[in-house]
Design a protein around this ligand. Sequence first.
Ligand code: ADP
Length: 509
Amino acid sequence: MSRAIYIQNGVLVISSRAKKIHRKSRKKNSFLYSMRLWLVVALILVTISPLFIMRLVALDHLQDQLRARRMNELSNYSLILSNQIVRSNYFKGDNMDTVHADMNQSASMYNGRILIIDTNYNIVKDTYSTLDGMTSISQETIKAMGGESIRNYNSEDGMLELAVPITTEDKSEVLGVILFYSSISDIQKTCDSIGSFYNGLTLALVFICIVLSLLIANLFTKPLKRVADSIDRMAEGHFDEQIHLSGFSEIQKISDSFNMMLGKMKKVEESRQEFVSNVSHELKTPLTSVKVLADSLNMQENVPNEVYKEFMQDIVVEVDRENQIINDLLSLVKMDKSASDLNISSVNVNDMLEMILKRLRPIAAKRNIELVFESFRAVSAECDEVKLNLAFTNLIENGIKYNVAGGWVKVSLDADHKYFYVKVADSGIGIPAEYQDQIFERFYRVDKARSRETGGTGLGLAITKNIILMHEGAIKVLSEEDKGSTFVVRIPLKHVSETGNGGVKNDKK
Ligand code: ADP
Protein backbone atom coordinates (compact mmCIF):
# COMPACT_ATOMS: atom_id res chain seq x y z
CA MET A 1 0.00 0.00 0.00
CA SER A 2 1.47 3.38 -0.95
CA ARG A 3 2.15 5.78 1.87
CA ALA A 4 0.12 8.97 2.03
CA ILE A 5 2.82 11.13 3.59
CA TYR A 6 6.56 10.45 3.69
CA ILE A 7 9.85 12.33 3.71
CA GLN A 8 11.97 12.66 0.60
CA ASN A 9 15.09 14.83 0.36
CA GLY A 10 14.21 16.64 3.55
CA VAL A 11 10.75 17.52 2.34
CA LEU A 12 7.53 15.96 3.50
CA VAL A 13 6.04 14.45 0.38
CA ILE A 14 2.27 14.31 0.23
CA SER A 15 0.91 11.70 -2.16
CA SER A 16 -1.91 12.52 -4.60
CA ARG A 17 -4.30 10.53 -2.37
CA ALA A 18 -3.32 12.62 0.65
CA LYS A 19 -3.54 15.81 -1.44
CA LYS A 20 -7.03 14.83 -2.54
CA ILE A 21 -8.07 14.35 1.07
CA HIS A 22 -6.40 17.64 1.95
CA ARG A 23 -8.20 19.50 -0.88
CA LYS A 24 -11.49 17.97 0.18
CA SER A 25 -10.95 19.07 3.75
CA ARG A 26 -9.97 22.58 2.58
CA LYS A 27 -13.23 22.75 0.65
CA LYS A 28 -15.07 21.74 3.78
CA ASN A 29 -13.20 24.48 5.53
CA SER A 30 -15.63 26.93 3.97
CA PHE A 31 -17.88 29.06 6.15
CA LEU A 32 -20.56 26.40 6.60
CA TYR A 33 -18.07 23.82 7.89
CA SER A 34 -16.33 26.24 10.20
CA MET A 35 -16.16 24.97 13.77
CA ARG A 36 -16.38 28.57 14.94
CA LEU A 37 -19.78 29.05 13.27
CA TRP A 38 -21.23 25.89 14.80
CA LEU A 39 -19.86 26.75 18.21
CA VAL A 40 -21.50 30.20 18.02
CA VAL A 41 -24.81 28.69 16.87
CA ALA A 42 -24.72 26.05 19.61
CA LEU A 43 -23.95 28.57 22.34
CA ILE A 44 -26.71 30.94 21.17
CA LEU A 45 -29.23 28.10 21.01
CA VAL A 46 -28.31 26.85 24.47
CA THR A 47 -28.65 30.33 26.02
CA ILE A 48 -31.64 31.66 24.12
CA SER A 49 -33.89 28.59 24.09
CA PRO A 50 -34.72 28.70 27.82
CA LEU A 51 -35.59 32.37 27.44
CA PHE A 52 -38.00 31.68 24.57
CA ILE A 53 -39.61 28.82 26.47
CA MET A 54 -39.94 31.04 29.55
CA ARG A 55 -41.44 33.78 27.47
CA LEU A 56 -44.03 31.48 25.90
CA VAL A 57 -44.98 29.29 28.84
CA ALA A 58 -44.42 31.53 31.83
CA LEU A 59 -46.18 34.54 30.35
CA ASP A 60 -49.26 32.52 29.40
CA HIS A 61 -49.32 30.97 32.85
CA LEU A 62 -49.02 34.37 34.51
CA GLN A 63 -51.93 35.74 32.43
CA ASP A 64 -54.11 32.73 33.37
CA GLN A 65 -53.29 33.17 37.05
CA LEU A 66 -54.05 36.89 37.09
CA ARG A 67 -57.34 36.30 35.20
CA ALA A 68 -58.43 33.56 37.62
CA ARG A 69 -57.61 35.77 40.57
CA ARG A 70 -59.61 38.67 39.06
CA MET A 71 -62.57 36.33 38.44
CA ASN A 72 -62.48 35.25 42.10
CA GLU A 73 -62.39 38.87 43.25
CA LEU A 74 -65.40 39.68 41.03
CA SER A 75 -67.25 36.62 42.33
CA ASN A 76 -66.56 37.55 45.98
CA TYR A 77 -67.67 41.11 45.39
CA SER A 78 -70.88 39.90 43.66
CA LEU A 79 -71.73 37.75 46.69
CA ILE A 80 -71.16 40.69 49.04
CA LEU A 81 -73.36 42.89 46.79
CA SER A 82 -76.02 40.17 46.68
CA ASN A 83 -76.11 40.01 50.52
CA GLN A 84 -76.19 43.80 50.74
CA ILE A 85 -79.18 43.90 48.32
CA VAL A 86 -81.08 41.24 50.27
CA ARG A 87 -80.40 42.79 53.69
CA SER A 88 -81.23 46.35 52.62
CA ASN A 89 -84.56 45.38 51.01
CA TYR A 90 -83.24 46.88 47.78
CA PHE A 91 -85.97 45.45 45.57
CA LYS A 92 -88.56 47.08 47.86
CA GLY A 93 -86.90 50.46 47.18
CA ASP A 94 -84.95 50.79 50.48
CA ASN A 95 -81.29 52.00 50.64
CA MET A 96 -80.97 52.08 46.85
CA ASP A 97 -78.60 55.06 46.79
CA THR A 98 -76.17 53.44 49.16
CA VAL A 99 -76.13 50.24 47.09
CA HIS A 100 -75.75 52.21 43.82
CA ALA A 101 -72.85 54.27 45.19
CA ASP A 102 -71.14 51.07 46.24
CA MET A 103 -71.79 49.48 42.81
CA ASN A 104 -70.42 52.51 40.93
CA GLN A 105 -67.28 52.53 43.01
CA SER A 106 -66.65 48.80 42.47
CA ALA A 107 -67.46 48.96 38.74
CA SER A 108 -64.94 51.73 38.17
CA MET A 109 -62.37 49.95 40.39
CA TYR A 110 -62.59 46.81 38.21
CA ASN A 111 -62.90 48.78 34.98
CA GLY A 112 -66.30 47.20 34.39
CA ARG A 113 -70.07 47.40 34.40
CA ILE A 114 -72.57 46.03 36.91
CA LEU A 115 -76.24 45.39 36.23
CA ILE A 116 -78.98 44.39 38.69
CA ILE A 117 -81.91 42.54 37.16
CA ASP A 118 -85.12 41.64 38.99
CA THR A 119 -87.19 38.51 38.56
CA ASN A 120 -89.16 40.17 35.74
CA TYR A 121 -85.89 40.47 33.79
CA ASN A 122 -86.05 44.26 34.17
CA ILE A 123 -82.75 46.05 34.52
CA VAL A 124 -83.13 47.84 37.86
CA LYS A 125 -79.62 49.36 37.78
CA ASP A 126 -76.88 49.72 35.13
CA THR A 127 -73.71 51.43 36.33
CA TYR A 128 -73.39 52.85 32.79
CA SER A 129 -76.97 54.19 33.25
CA THR A 130 -77.81 53.36 29.61
CA LEU A 131 -79.97 50.24 30.08
CA ASP A 132 -81.93 51.27 33.20
CA GLY A 133 -85.55 50.11 32.93
CA MET A 134 -84.89 47.87 29.92
CA THR A 135 -85.30 44.10 29.78
CA SER A 136 -82.37 41.62 29.66
CA ILE A 137 -83.12 38.09 28.64
CA SER A 138 -79.70 36.60 27.92
CA GLN A 139 -78.85 32.94 28.45
CA GLU A 140 -76.63 33.81 31.42
CA THR A 141 -79.45 35.80 33.04
CA ILE A 142 -81.93 32.95 32.60
CA LYS A 143 -79.47 30.42 34.03
CA ALA A 144 -78.64 32.68 36.98
CA MET A 145 -82.37 33.18 37.64
CA GLY A 146 -82.42 29.39 38.00
CA GLY A 147 -79.91 29.75 40.89
CA GLU A 148 -76.74 28.94 38.90
CA SER A 149 -73.59 31.12 38.98
CA ILE A 150 -72.08 31.68 35.52
CA ARG A 151 -68.42 32.58 34.90
CA ASN A 152 -67.21 33.34 31.42
CA TYR A 153 -64.14 34.78 29.71
CA ASN A 154 -64.66 36.47 26.37
CA SER A 155 -61.22 36.39 24.81
CA GLU A 156 -62.26 38.48 21.77
CA ASP A 157 -63.24 41.49 23.90
CA GLY A 158 -60.88 40.67 26.74
CA MET A 159 -63.84 40.71 29.14
CA LEU A 160 -64.69 38.62 32.23
CA GLU A 161 -68.44 37.98 32.44
CA LEU A 162 -70.18 36.95 35.65
CA ALA A 163 -73.86 36.20 36.32
CA VAL A 164 -74.70 35.64 40.04
CA PRO A 165 -78.17 34.91 41.45
CA ILE A 166 -79.40 37.17 44.29
CA THR A 167 -80.98 34.74 46.75
CA THR A 168 -82.67 35.05 50.13
CA GLU A 169 -80.49 34.25 53.12
CA ASP A 170 -81.82 30.66 53.31
CA LYS A 171 -81.22 30.38 49.54
CA SER A 172 -84.80 29.29 49.04
CA GLU A 173 -85.80 32.09 46.64
CA VAL A 174 -84.03 33.89 43.78
CA LEU A 175 -84.78 37.64 44.01
CA GLY A 176 -82.81 38.74 40.96
CA VAL A 177 -79.44 38.55 39.17
CA ILE A 178 -76.22 40.54 39.25
CA LEU A 179 -74.39 40.79 35.91
CA PHE A 180 -70.77 41.86 36.22
CA TYR A 181 -68.63 42.66 33.16
CA SER A 182 -64.99 43.51 33.77
CA SER A 183 -62.27 44.30 31.26
CA ILE A 184 -58.89 42.67 31.89
CA SER A 185 -57.02 45.15 29.66
CA ASP A 186 -54.87 46.09 32.69
CA ILE A 187 -53.78 42.45 33.07
CA GLN A 188 -53.00 42.24 29.36
CA LYS A 189 -51.06 45.50 29.61
CA THR A 190 -49.00 44.11 32.49
CA CYS A 191 -48.32 40.91 30.55
CA ASP A 192 -47.47 42.87 27.39
CA SER A 193 -45.01 45.01 29.25
CA ILE A 194 -43.42 41.90 30.83
CA GLY A 195 -43.32 40.43 27.28
CA SER A 196 -41.55 43.49 25.88
CA PHE A 197 -39.15 43.37 28.79
CA TYR A 198 -38.42 39.73 27.89
CA ASN A 199 -37.96 40.72 24.22
CA GLY A 200 -35.44 43.39 25.18
CA LEU A 201 -33.71 40.97 27.52
CA THR A 202 -33.60 38.31 24.78
CA LEU A 203 -32.13 40.73 22.27
CA ALA A 204 -29.51 41.91 24.75
CA LEU A 205 -28.70 38.30 25.63
CA VAL A 206 -28.45 37.32 21.95
CA PHE A 207 -25.97 40.13 21.48
CA ILE A 208 -23.97 39.20 24.60
CA CYS A 209 -24.14 35.56 23.49
CA ILE A 210 -22.79 36.31 20.03
CA VAL A 211 -19.91 38.31 21.46
CA LEU A 212 -19.19 35.73 24.18
CA SER A 213 -19.49 32.75 21.87
CA LEU A 214 -17.22 34.41 19.32
CA LEU A 215 -14.66 34.92 22.07
CA ILE A 216 -15.05 31.34 23.31
CA ALA A 217 -14.99 29.94 19.76
CA ASN A 218 -11.83 31.95 19.15
CA LEU A 219 -10.34 30.57 22.34
CA PHE A 220 -11.05 27.01 21.20
CA THR A 221 -10.18 27.31 17.54
CA LYS A 222 -7.07 29.49 17.75
CA PRO A 223 -4.84 26.72 19.14
CA LEU A 224 -6.20 24.31 16.52
CA LYS A 225 -5.35 26.83 13.82
CA ARG A 226 -1.84 27.08 15.23
CA VAL A 227 -1.50 23.31 15.16
CA ALA A 228 -2.74 23.27 11.55
CA ASP A 229 -0.23 26.01 10.63
CA SER A 230 2.57 24.07 12.30
CA ILE A 231 1.60 20.91 10.40
CA ASP A 232 1.71 22.95 7.18
CA ARG A 233 5.19 24.19 8.15
CA MET A 234 6.24 20.63 8.93
CA ALA A 235 4.96 19.57 5.52
CA GLU A 236 7.34 22.14 4.03
CA GLY A 237 10.25 20.42 5.80
CA HIS A 238 10.60 22.59 8.93
CA PHE A 239 11.03 20.19 11.82
CA ASP A 240 12.52 22.67 14.30
CA GLU A 241 9.44 24.75 14.98
CA GLN A 242 7.81 23.37 18.09
CA ILE A 243 4.49 24.75 19.27
CA HIS A 244 3.81 25.82 22.83
CA LEU A 245 0.11 26.17 23.50
CA SER A 246 -1.07 27.13 26.95
CA GLY A 247 -4.59 27.04 28.36
CA PHE A 248 -6.84 24.00 28.46
CA SER A 249 -5.16 20.73 29.41
CA GLU A 250 -6.51 19.01 26.26
CA ILE A 251 -4.91 21.68 24.08
CA GLN A 252 -1.66 21.34 26.01
CA LYS A 253 -1.80 17.60 25.40
CA ILE A 254 -2.21 18.18 21.65
CA SER A 255 0.73 20.55 21.76
CA ASP A 256 2.89 18.04 23.69
CA SER A 257 1.93 15.16 21.38
CA PHE A 258 2.62 17.30 18.33
CA ASN A 259 6.04 18.29 19.64
CA MET A 260 6.81 14.66 20.42
CA MET A 261 5.82 13.67 16.88
CA LEU A 262 7.92 16.55 15.53
CA GLY A 263 10.90 15.33 17.55
CA LYS A 264 10.48 11.79 16.23
CA MET A 265 10.14 13.01 12.63
CA LYS A 266 13.24 15.14 13.09
CA LYS A 267 15.17 12.10 14.31
CA VAL A 268 13.86 10.00 11.41
CA GLU A 269 14.86 12.74 8.99
CA GLU A 270 18.33 13.09 10.53
CA SER A 271 18.94 9.36 10.43
CA ARG A 272 17.67 9.26 6.84
CA GLN A 273 20.06 12.03 5.85
CA GLU A 274 22.91 10.31 7.66
CA PHE A 275 22.02 7.03 5.95
CA VAL A 276 21.89 8.64 2.51
CA SER A 277 25.26 10.31 3.01
CA ASN A 278 26.75 7.06 4.38
CA VAL A 279 25.38 5.08 1.44
CA SER A 280 26.78 7.52 -1.11
CA HIS A 281 30.13 7.60 0.66
CA GLU A 282 30.31 3.80 0.92
CA LEU A 283 29.29 3.32 -2.70
CA LYS A 284 31.74 5.95 -3.90
CA THR A 285 34.80 4.53 -2.15
CA PRO A 286 35.24 1.36 -4.27
CA LEU A 287 34.35 3.32 -7.42
CA THR A 288 37.05 5.91 -6.62
CA SER A 289 39.59 3.11 -6.13
CA VAL A 290 38.56 1.52 -9.45
CA LYS A 291 38.94 4.89 -11.18
CA VAL A 292 42.40 5.52 -9.65
CA LEU A 293 43.56 2.02 -10.65
CA ALA A 294 42.15 2.33 -14.18
CA ASP A 295 43.58 5.86 -14.62
CA SER A 296 47.06 4.82 -13.56
CA LEU A 297 46.95 1.90 -16.03
CA ASN A 298 45.79 4.25 -18.75
CA MET A 299 48.51 6.82 -18.05
CA GLN A 300 51.33 4.32 -18.33
CA GLU A 301 52.53 3.08 -21.65
CA ASN A 302 53.72 -0.44 -22.25
CA VAL A 303 52.52 -1.64 -18.86
CA PRO A 304 54.17 -4.95 -18.00
CA ASN A 305 51.75 -7.84 -18.00
CA GLU A 306 52.24 -8.63 -14.28
CA VAL A 307 51.50 -5.04 -13.24
CA TYR A 308 48.49 -5.01 -15.53
CA LYS A 309 47.23 -8.27 -13.95
CA GLU A 310 47.86 -7.02 -10.43
CA PHE A 311 45.90 -3.83 -11.11
CA MET A 312 43.08 -5.79 -12.69
CA GLN A 313 42.89 -8.05 -9.62
CA ASP A 314 42.64 -4.98 -7.40
CA ILE A 315 39.85 -3.66 -9.61
CA VAL A 316 38.00 -6.99 -9.26
CA VAL A 317 38.33 -6.77 -5.44
CA GLU A 318 36.81 -3.26 -5.49
CA VAL A 319 33.99 -4.33 -7.82
CA ASP A 320 33.26 -7.29 -5.50
CA ARG A 321 33.16 -4.93 -2.57
CA GLU A 322 30.77 -2.58 -4.39
CA ASN A 323 28.63 -5.62 -5.15
CA GLN A 324 28.72 -6.70 -1.50
CA ILE A 325 27.60 -3.24 -0.31
CA ILE A 326 24.73 -3.20 -2.80
CA ASN A 327 23.65 -6.70 -1.77
CA ASP A 328 23.74 -5.77 1.91
CA LEU A 329 21.80 -2.59 1.21
CA LEU A 330 19.17 -4.56 -0.65
CA SER A 331 18.88 -7.00 2.26
CA LEU A 332 18.53 -4.09 4.65
CA VAL A 333 15.79 -2.48 2.56
CA LYS A 334 13.95 -5.80 2.51
CA MET A 335 14.24 -6.06 6.30
CA ASP A 336 12.82 -2.57 6.67
CA LYS A 337 9.48 -3.94 5.64
CA SER A 338 6.96 -4.99 8.25
CA ALA A 339 6.87 -8.32 10.07
CA SER A 340 3.96 -9.42 7.88
CA ASP A 341 6.56 -10.07 5.15
CA LEU A 342 8.03 -12.92 7.16
CA ASN A 343 7.75 -16.32 5.60
CA ILE A 344 6.96 -18.30 8.73
CA SER A 345 7.42 -22.04 8.97
CA SER A 346 8.22 -24.55 11.66
CA VAL A 347 12.04 -24.63 11.74
CA ASN A 348 14.39 -27.09 13.39
CA VAL A 349 16.79 -24.55 14.91
CA ASN A 350 19.44 -27.19 15.78
CA ASP A 351 19.65 -28.28 12.15
CA MET A 352 19.73 -24.71 10.91
CA LEU A 353 22.66 -23.74 13.19
CA GLU A 354 24.58 -26.92 12.37
CA MET A 355 24.20 -26.19 8.65
CA ILE A 356 25.51 -22.65 9.10
CA LEU A 357 28.51 -23.89 11.06
CA LYS A 358 29.21 -26.55 8.45
CA ARG A 359 29.20 -23.86 5.75
CA LEU A 360 31.50 -21.54 7.71
CA ARG A 361 33.94 -24.19 8.95
CA PRO A 362 36.30 -23.94 5.91
CA ILE A 363 36.54 -20.15 6.35
CA ALA A 364 37.25 -20.57 10.07
CA ALA A 365 39.79 -23.29 9.36
CA LYS A 366 41.78 -20.87 7.16
CA ARG A 367 42.47 -18.80 10.28
CA ASN A 368 42.77 -21.82 12.51
CA ILE A 369 39.64 -20.92 14.41
CA GLU A 370 37.62 -23.63 16.08
CA LEU A 371 33.84 -23.62 15.66
CA VAL A 372 31.90 -25.31 18.48
CA PHE A 373 28.17 -26.03 18.67
CA GLU A 374 26.50 -26.80 21.95
CA SER A 375 22.79 -27.60 22.13
CA PHE A 376 20.93 -28.05 25.42
CA ARG A 377 17.76 -29.34 23.80
CA ALA A 378 16.10 -29.90 20.44
CA VAL A 379 14.39 -26.68 19.45
CA SER A 380 11.68 -26.25 16.88
CA ALA A 381 10.33 -22.71 16.38
CA GLU A 382 7.93 -20.81 14.13
CA CYS A 383 10.16 -18.41 12.24
CA ASP A 384 11.45 -17.25 8.85
CA GLU A 385 14.26 -19.72 8.19
CA VAL A 386 15.97 -17.78 5.39
CA LYS A 387 16.08 -14.55 7.36
CA LEU A 388 17.18 -16.14 10.65
CA ASN A 389 19.83 -18.09 8.73
CA LEU A 390 21.21 -14.77 7.49
CA ALA A 391 21.09 -13.24 10.99
CA PHE A 392 22.97 -16.11 12.68
CA THR A 393 25.43 -16.36 9.76
CA ASN A 394 26.29 -12.67 10.25
CA LEU A 395 26.91 -13.19 13.98
CA ILE A 396 29.07 -16.31 13.51
CA GLU A 397 30.96 -14.74 10.59
CA ASN A 398 31.73 -11.72 12.78
CA GLY A 399 32.97 -14.10 15.50
CA ILE A 400 35.42 -15.50 12.92
CA LYS A 401 36.33 -12.13 11.32
CA TYR A 402 37.03 -10.29 14.55
CA ASN A 403 38.95 -13.16 16.16
CA VAL A 404 42.58 -13.99 16.71
CA ALA A 405 44.38 -16.77 14.90
CA GLY A 406 43.90 -20.03 16.80
CA GLY A 407 40.83 -18.69 18.60
CA TRP A 408 37.33 -20.19 18.93
CA VAL A 409 33.69 -19.38 18.28
CA LYS A 410 31.10 -21.14 20.45
CA VAL A 411 27.47 -21.29 19.40
CA SER A 412 25.00 -22.54 22.00
CA LEU A 413 21.28 -23.15 21.78
CA ASP A 414 18.78 -23.36 24.63
CA ALA A 415 15.06 -22.78 25.14
CA ASP A 416 12.37 -22.34 27.77
CA HIS A 417 8.58 -22.63 27.36
CA LYS A 418 8.40 -19.29 25.51
CA TYR A 419 11.68 -18.44 23.80
CA PHE A 420 14.76 -20.02 22.31
CA TYR A 421 18.17 -18.48 22.99
CA VAL A 422 21.22 -18.53 20.74
CA LYS A 423 24.56 -17.40 22.14
CA VAL A 424 27.47 -16.67 19.79
CA ALA A 425 30.62 -16.27 21.88
CA ASP A 426 34.12 -15.70 20.49
CA SER A 427 37.64 -15.35 21.81
CA GLY A 428 38.28 -12.35 19.55
CA ILE A 429 39.34 -8.74 19.80
CA GLY A 430 36.22 -7.66 21.70
CA ILE A 431 34.38 -4.37 21.41
CA PRO A 432 35.25 -1.37 23.61
CA ALA A 433 32.34 -0.56 25.97
CA GLU A 434 31.78 2.90 24.44
CA TYR A 435 31.06 1.41 20.99
CA GLN A 436 28.82 -1.46 22.07
CA ASP A 437 25.61 0.54 21.58
CA GLN A 438 26.61 1.81 18.14
CA ILE A 439 27.62 -1.44 16.43
CA PHE A 440 23.99 -2.13 15.47
CA GLU A 441 23.75 1.16 13.54
CA ARG A 442 23.98 1.03 9.77
CA PHE A 443 27.55 1.43 8.45
CA TYR A 444 29.01 1.65 11.96
CA ARG A 445 32.39 -0.06 12.27
CA VAL A 446 34.71 0.10 15.27
CA ASP A 447 37.83 -0.34 13.16
CA LYS A 448 37.08 0.68 9.58
CA ALA A 449 40.38 -0.66 8.21
CA ARG A 450 39.94 -4.10 9.78
CA SER A 451 36.32 -4.35 8.69
CA ARG A 452 37.32 -3.36 5.16
CA GLU A 453 40.15 -5.89 5.11
CA THR A 454 37.71 -8.62 6.05
CA GLY A 455 35.17 -7.48 3.45
CA GLY A 456 32.78 -5.94 6.01
CA THR A 457 30.29 -3.27 5.04
CA GLY A 458 29.07 -2.20 8.49
CA LEU A 459 25.58 -3.40 7.61
CA GLY A 460 25.68 -6.97 8.95
CA LEU A 461 24.59 -6.27 12.54
CA ALA A 462 21.94 -3.74 11.39
CA ILE A 463 20.44 -6.46 9.17
CA THR A 464 20.70 -9.01 11.98
CA LYS A 465 18.99 -6.73 14.49
CA ASN A 466 16.18 -5.93 12.01
CA ILE A 467 15.53 -9.62 11.42
CA ILE A 468 15.40 -10.33 15.15
CA LEU A 469 13.04 -7.41 15.78
CA MET A 470 10.79 -8.61 12.96
CA HIS A 471 10.49 -11.85 14.95
CA GLU A 472 9.60 -9.83 18.09
CA GLY A 473 12.92 -10.99 19.54
CA ALA A 474 15.85 -9.22 21.21
CA ILE A 475 19.64 -9.08 20.86
CA LYS A 476 22.30 -7.91 23.29
CA VAL A 477 26.07 -7.91 23.33
CA LEU A 478 28.48 -8.58 26.17
CA SER A 479 32.07 -7.85 25.28
CA GLU A 480 35.45 -7.05 26.73
CA GLU A 481 38.28 -5.63 24.70
CA ASP A 482 40.97 -8.21 23.78
CA LYS A 483 39.01 -10.96 25.53
CA GLY A 484 36.09 -11.63 23.22
CA SER A 485 32.41 -10.94 22.62
CA THR A 486 29.14 -12.76 23.26
CA PHE A 487 25.99 -11.96 21.30
CA VAL A 488 22.81 -13.26 22.94
CA VAL A 489 19.68 -13.60 20.81
CA ARG A 490 16.20 -14.35 22.16
CA ILE A 491 13.36 -15.32 19.78
CA PRO A 492 9.78 -16.40 20.65
CA LEU A 493 9.09 -20.08 19.87
CA LYS A 494 5.63 -19.21 18.58
CA HIS A 495 5.26 -16.45 16.04
CA VAL A 496 2.54 -13.95 16.91
CA SER A 497 1.34 -12.70 13.55
CA GLU A 498 -0.61 -9.47 12.93
CA THR A 499 -3.48 -11.54 11.53
CA GLY A 500 -3.53 -13.66 14.66
CA ASN A 501 -3.47 -17.04 12.87
CA GLY A 502 -0.03 -17.91 14.17
CA GLY A 503 1.42 -16.86 10.82
CA VAL A 504 2.50 -20.36 9.81
CA LYS A 505 2.41 -20.59 6.03
CA ASN A 506 4.03 -23.98 5.51
CA ASP A 507 5.29 -26.66 7.79
CA LYS A 508 8.76 -27.95 6.94
CA LYS A 509 10.17 -30.79 9.01
P1 ADP B 1 30.96 -5.42 9.34
O1 ADP B 1 30.51 -5.67 7.97
O2 ADP B 1 31.92 -4.28 9.45
O3 ADP B 1 31.39 -6.64 10.05
P2 ADP B 1 28.77 -5.43 11.22
O4 ADP B 1 27.55 -4.60 11.22
O5 ADP B 1 28.61 -6.88 11.14
O6 ADP B 1 29.66 -4.84 10.06
O7 ADP B 1 29.54 -5.09 12.53
C1 ADP B 1 29.74 -3.74 12.90
C2 ADP B 1 31.02 -3.58 13.65
O8 ADP B 1 30.91 -4.20 14.94
C3 ADP B 1 32.17 -4.27 13.02
O9 ADP B 1 32.79 -3.45 12.06
C4 ADP B 1 33.10 -4.53 14.19
O10 ADP B 1 33.83 -3.36 14.47
C5 ADP B 1 32.13 -4.75 15.34
N1 ADP B 1 31.92 -6.20 15.60
C6 ADP B 1 30.87 -6.94 15.20
N2 ADP B 1 30.96 -8.21 15.65
C7 ADP B 1 32.08 -8.27 16.37
C8 ADP B 1 32.74 -9.28 17.11
N3 ADP B 1 32.26 -10.52 17.20
N4 ADP B 1 33.90 -8.97 17.73
C9 ADP B 1 34.41 -7.74 17.68
N5 ADP B 1 33.83 -6.71 16.99
C10 ADP B 1 32.70 -6.96 16.34
